[in-house]
Ligand binder design. Sequence first.
Ligand code: GLN
Length: 252
Amino acid sequence: MKLTIGHLYPDLLNLYGDRGNIQCFRKRLAWRGMEAEVVPFFSGDTIDFTELDLVLLGGGSDREQELVCGYLKEIRQSLKEYVENDGVLLAVCGGYQLLGNYYKTDKKLIEGLEILDIYTEWEPERLVSNLILNSPLVKTPIAGFENHGGRTYIGNYTPLGKVAFGYGNTGKTGYEGVVYKNVIATYLHGPLLPKNPEVCDWLLERALKRKYGEEQKLMPLSDELEYRANEYIVNRYNDRKYVWKEKIKKHT
Ligand code: GLN
């Protein structure tokens, strides 16, 4: 089995090593004897989303986001169709904001792709923190790092998780990110997936199911180091302790 991964605009959207998410997809497929083809698309390239099984839209500064916005408008309709047809998409920070209706900064209004009916507004105080979430998608708390001036208002969409530590979408609602169909949109940089392998597998399983047509249960991996790192960071920021050994037992 093989998945084709589209990496959108690595030249402009690659803050804090978002590219590591691609490596994680590739490795976790390889460890299970599956192949990954990674296709980077640079600004101005034509993209055929019908050829793709997984898409990463990373984060960028306000300036880069504005540049990307122009290119994205050209592919808007096909990206929207991809999402509505259950295409798997991970959008991080700037990429998350771009999926919405607009991002209003102190200087201008950056038009969004209107793929999600959400919007983002800038405030002077940046939300910079380690971030821990409890998400119904996975058993282990999701850990990462956030750094954004924008506050994202998600209306009635399902959030990715409830903030246990950090700011999240607005710093006020107690929720972070959005899950819509097979899209995860989030402020978590870091990169997200190597730190949170269960999230990576959630995306991979959906991409495999969409491509190969049946429920895909991925072979469990031990992920001992990942769980140890997760336990360390969660316990550092969260009063509620949990035992990583229990998680490992479930996976072996
Ligand atoms: N430019 C956006 C903001 O500051 C996103 C930044 C990012 O991707 N880290 O809100």
